[in-house]
Design a protein around this ligand. Structure first.
Ligand code: ADP
Ligand code: MG
Length: 417
């Protein structure tokens, strides 16, 4: 089904065509008409299936009618991280270029003076992380009484990050009747409870869970000794046609270490983790998207849901301890029908084995085991040049005459030829 059958306005379709999209993704095809009809939507679809456009596109058309009032945003989009919030804002700019919608961002790490000015004037779209929004609301800088559309995006990530109580508070404070759009990649029980509490007879849309990933992502499990993980990673990167890749570590300290190690070995690599300044994070993302940086070492929190199209490879430097994270990580590649490869480096230890079992149970299939990979031989303790030269009896200037002679003969033969 083409985009033009979904009921979007012509100006919005112009922007869609300019974005280069020809076919809506399954979640878009199902959600867009429902959102346009004003219905609550509960959309469950994996990372990388185009959930963002499934709410931004119809919202643009709905918000095209009517005007914003001071300090009363007309719609609110909650995102778990500032990167995701910034990404949704980019989406509104891209798809809303034929409209005159106003937008403000309430996210950490940016100066609020300008955003507050925008809010004072009135905005159509407010994109925020839950904590920042509550902050503003509680200081009386913001009214939630004008909200017609509430979007809760990446809900399972909100859960992982402990934002559910904040999300609940926000939902409770929006007393006006409104439309709620709720998106998540997975549906753990606390998320399900939240949807029962705050959604009004929603249209439930679920896109096949793992099949999409399985079809376009080639997965491999590489088992190595605990001391060989970095070596194995370097070997994989060198052997594979890596256009660009994300390397996931479980902990921030490991992100930093693996990043430093790869940089020392001359790889073109950047890092992304929670200890970085917002400006640094956005800059490395920009470089990665612009292909100025080939490899990105990242933690789950920093990289969840990021819209980085067309990543050729994902490397799990650690087996994720939450099985759900595996799905999210490998979902960074093989997006929108492209082919991708995902390698997971593991040891044969008890912990990794337990994590892998959990992942395989969740994805309902076994991750193919790679054959043993040839790691570079360990470096000699002393470099070859510095090795003490064993005196070879009879060689060099002291070469005995009987050895010298055949050489001479050979030479003279050559001369004759
Ligand atoms: P999700 O929120 O489900 O993880 P995104 O909304 O971030 O996914 O979209 C994932 C990628 O797919 C983005 O790079 C986006 O530009 C691209 N995309 C979205 N919709 C389409 C479409 N209809 N056709 C082609 N690419 C699309
Ligand atoms: Mg998303």
């Amino acid at each position: 089904m083409g985009f033009d059958r979904l009921g979007l306005s012509e100006p919005t379709m112009v922007a869609v065509r300019e974005a280069g999209y020809t076919e809506p993704t399954p979640i878009q095809a199902q959600a867009i008409p429902q959102v346009l009809m004003g219905r609550d939507v509960l959309g469950i679809a994996q990372t990388g299936t185009g959930k963002t456009a499934s709410f931004t596109l119809p919202m643009i058309d709905i918000l095209a009618e009517g005007r914003a009032r001071a300090r009363m945003p007309r719609s609110l989009i909650l995102e778990p991280t500032r990167e995701l919030a910034a990404q949704v804002a980019e989406n509104f700019e891209k798809y809303g270029k034929e409209h005159k919608l106003t937008m403000a961002l309430l996210i950490g790490g940016v100066n609020f003076a300008d955003q507050e000015k925008l809010l004072d004037r009135g905005v159509d779209v407010l994109i925020a992380t839950p904590g920042r929004l509550l902050d503003h609301f509680e200081r009386g800088k913001l009214l939630l009484t004008g909200i017609d559309i509430l979007v809760i995006d990446e809900a399972d990530r909100m859960l992982d990050m402990g934002f559910i109580p904040d999300v609940e508070k926000i939902c409770e404070r929006i007393t006006k009747k409104h439309q709620t759009l709720f998106f998540s990649a997975t549906m753990p029980p606390p998320i399900e409870r939240l949807t029962k509490q705050f959604l009004d007879d929603p249209k439930f849309i679920e896109v096949a869970r793992t099949s999409m990933a399985a079809a376009t992502i080639e997965q491999q499990l590489v088992i190595v000794g605990p001391r060989d993980k970095r070596k194995a990673l370097r070997k994989l990167i060198k052997d594979e046609p890596v256009k660009n890749g994300i390397i996931f570590c479980n902990r921030k300290v490991d992100v930093k270490e693996v990043y430093n190690s790869l940089a020392r070995h001359g790889f073109n690599v950047g890092q992304l983790h929670g200890d970085m300044e917002q400006s640094e994070r956005l800059e490395v993302l920009r470089q990665f998207k612009a292909n100025e940086v080939q490899l990105l070492c990242a933690s789950d929190v920093a990289a969840r849901g990021l819209d980085i199209a067309d990543v050729s490879h994902v490397f799990n430097f650690d087996v994720p301890s939450h099985a759900e994270d595996y799905v999210h990580r490998i979902g960074r590649t093989g997006r929108a029908g492209r082919k991708g490869k995902a390698f997971t480096i593991a040891t044969s230890g008890k912990t990794d084995t337990k994590f892998i079992d959990a992942i395989e149970k969740l994805i309902e299939s076994k991750i193919p085991r790679a054959g043993k990979i040839d790691l570079e031989p360990p470096k000699p303790k002393v470099a070859a040049d510095d090795m003490p030269k064993k005196p070879f009896v009879g060689m060099g200037p002291h070469m005995p005459a009987f050895l010298e002679r055949p050489v001479k003969i050979a030479r003279s033969r050559q001369d004759e030829a």
